[in-house]
Design a protein around this ligand. Structure first.
Ligand code: NAG
Length: 252
């Protein structure tokens, strides 16, 4: 009795594995930059089944379907942030034109077979759209000159991005990590969800900060996880006219 049951269970598993369609992999890019196209792939194996439909959903809303028996075989539905390029889409892939921040979400591919099996399988993947700053961070707050005992008070402001840029201050190539010397301001939100970050540097000045008579203050902005970074440097002199941001950058 026991071995027989075992054998039947085993046979069912085998059948499922060998004759049913299955989604092997759904390939969705984890990150795309706003304005780029996005290729979403649905890799499936029909085995002995016949394809009935491939449907794509974003956050559970259908936006594309491919039914080989229909003419035309594909159809797309209007969804915020989704524009399908029909010329670059078929039963195995969907290409989205110029993605926007609204294109971010969970993408699911659902494959269904015709009679007699009516089998269906699905897989999903998440895509996040990021917006990179158009320009580097800006340094403000410089004074004409500085003296020992003054407090250096600078702000670094990132260009608009999504997600927020991470800012870091360096003085003479050394990263400032002390909370006492940094002032974190809350993010400023703009249209379309873009944000700017501001990080203040509040450094009591000592002689050691001016090796060779000048202090180099540099701010680095990064938007992760997409590798984007830019920096600005200010060369601050002791009791001497200040060199402009952009000039300092050229000197670098
Ligand atoms: C730095 O930015 C904050 C917030 O915008 C502002 O209140 C402050 O006055 C700025 N400080 C300097 C030195 O620019």
């Amino acid at each position: 009795m026991f071995p027989l049951r075992f054998a039947i269970a085993f046979a069912i598993i085998l059948m499922k594995e060998s004759i049913c369609l299955r989604v092997v992999e759904v390939v969705v890019p984890a990150y795309r930059v706003r304005g780029e196209t996005a290729l979403l792939e649905c890799q499936y194996e029909l085995e002995r089944d016949t394809l009935y439909s491939v449907k794509w959903y974003k956050d559970n809303e259908e936006f594309y379907r491919f039914l080989p028996k229909f003419s035309p075989p594909h159809h797309s539905y209007r969804i915020d942030g989704i524009k399908v390029d029909h010329h670059q889409s078929d039963d195995k892939k969907v290409t989205l034109k110029a993605v926007t921040l609204k294109s971010s979400g969970m993408f699911r591919c659902e494959v269904s077979a015709e009679a007699p099996s009516f089998a269906s399988a699905q897989g999903e993947g998440r895509m996040e759209v990021v917006y990179l700053p158009k320009d580097g961070p800006h340094i403000t707050g410089q004074q004409k000159d500085y003296q020992i005992g003054d407090t250096l008070s600078l702000n670094c402001t990132s260009g608009r991005s999504y997600p927020a840029a991470l800012l870091q201050w360096y003085v003479n190539e050394e990263e400032i990590t002390s909370k006492r010397e940094l002032e974190e301001y809350s993010l400023v939100t703009h249209q379309h969800g873009l944000v700017t970050a501001i990080l203040g540097l509040r450094l009591p000045l000592a002689g050691k900060h001016f090796p060779g008579g000048a202090l180099r203050a540099r701010c680095v902005a990064r938007v992760s996880p997409v590798l984007w970074s830019a920096d600005r440097e200010s060369l601050l002199e002791r009791v001497a006219p200040l060199i402009d941001n952009r000039e300092a950058l050229l000197l670098d």
